[in-house]
Design a protein. Structure first.
Length: 342
């Protein structure tokens, strides 16, 4: 009797298809190179590029939580902007309490004040996210029209509550002393705060990527995105996982609110709803549920917005919409979709 071994057949992915899968990664350096050629002046280009990267990183912080919630829970959450606004106002309050730290010449005290403000904003917005999911989102799972209506209503209520607590006026949010001013490199002036924003955004991306790729909870999240019913049948409580993801997304929105408020140096009760346009554009460009796609999309939006604002200010008003249209014409489901659009 002959001994036969059945070997699994491994299909090789064509080289062209592999290159097409990796092509979105090249969009950011290609855009940066195109910006250099269009601007001409390397110093001006460097200043605009760092500003664009900082803007992109902050948009990524706010969009990263939303894209995972969107991809995993199939929830269209227009209330996400409320957490951005609350985070900004909580950060404003904490930094005002720690005025002695922020005005100190000590870099450690300045960074400590910023860290406390960020942690307070994330803690409060994460808690509000728990209440928001239990009371508003949970009853309308799977019903997109109702999700849009109730989450938009939640956003409006949150804005009015901010008027009650902090007042309707625009507020100035001062950066800590060590984060004010610029670093001069040749003829280029790069704001210190933008460098900090780039570092925080990059660190968050690496942490999220590690958690989603290399941990058990990341495995469950990815499996839940693909087939939530199967994950439940294996004994895991997918609804609890949904709640944790929603709270995490809300906390990241709070972090983004603090960072964006310090970036603009002014905060209003409507800032969250205004930034949500860019956040949704980034989520759509990146693909539902994709952290990598969200990261690349945010960088593209940030760089393009800064380059066009310098080269053609009128075009800057429609540059992000044009970018989204171009990407969707090329890849209708976004750069790196984790799930098919529903």
């Amino acid at each position: 009797m002959s001994d036969t071994t059945i070997k699994p057949r491994i299909e090789k992915v064509p080289v062209v298809e592999q290159l097409m899968q990796k092509l979105p990664v090249l969009l950011v350096p290609v855009l940066a190179l195109a910006g250099l050629l269009a601007i001409g002046n390397p110093s001006t280009w460097l200043t605009l590029t760092v500003a664009g990267l900082a803007m992109g990183m902050m948009i990524f912080i706010m969009a990263s939580g939303l894209t995972v919630v969107f991809g995993l829970m199939d929830v269209i959450n227009f209330g996400h902007g409320a957490f951005v606004t609350v985070g900004a106002f909580v950060g404003f309050t904490v930094l005002a309490w720690l005025a002695g730290w922020t005005a100190s010449p000590s870099v450690l005290l300045n960074l400590g004040a910023l860290l406390v403000a960020i942690l307070a904003a994330m803690l409060i917005t994460g808690g509000l996210g728990y209440a928001f999911e239990r009371v508003i989102v949970k009853p309308v799972y799977g019903e997109h029209l109702k999700q849009i209506l109730v989450t938009m209503g939640g956003l409006i209520v949150a804005q009015q509550m901010i008027h009650v607590v902090w007042g309707p006026d625009e507020m100035h949010l001062s950066r800590p002393e060590a984060l004010q001013g610029s670093i001069v490199l040749g003829d280029a002036a790069i704001e210190k705060y933008r460098l900090v924003a780039v570092a925080i955004g990059l660190a968050l991306f690496l942490v999220m990527r590690h958690v989603l790729k290399n941990t058990k909870i990341g495995l469950l999240v990815r499996a839940g995105v693909e087939n939530g019913e199967m994950v439940e049948s294996l004994g895991y409580r997918i609804r609890r996982l949904f709640l944790i993801v929603f709270m995490t997304g809300s906390a990241l929105a709070g972090l983004g609110g603090v960072m964006w408020g310090l970036y603009q140096e002014t905060i209003t009760a409507h800032m969250g709803s205004e930034i949500m346009v860019l956040v949704f554009i980034v989520v759509i460009i990146g693909g539902l549920g994709s952290v990598e796609g969200c990261f690349i999309g945010a960088l593209l939006v940030g760089l393009l917005a800064n380059y066009t604002a310098f080269l053609a200010p009128k075009v800057a008003l429609i540059s992000t919409i044009a970018l989204m249209v171009a990407v969707l014409m090329w890849r209708p489901q976004g750069l790196y979709p984790v799930v098919k659009a529903k």
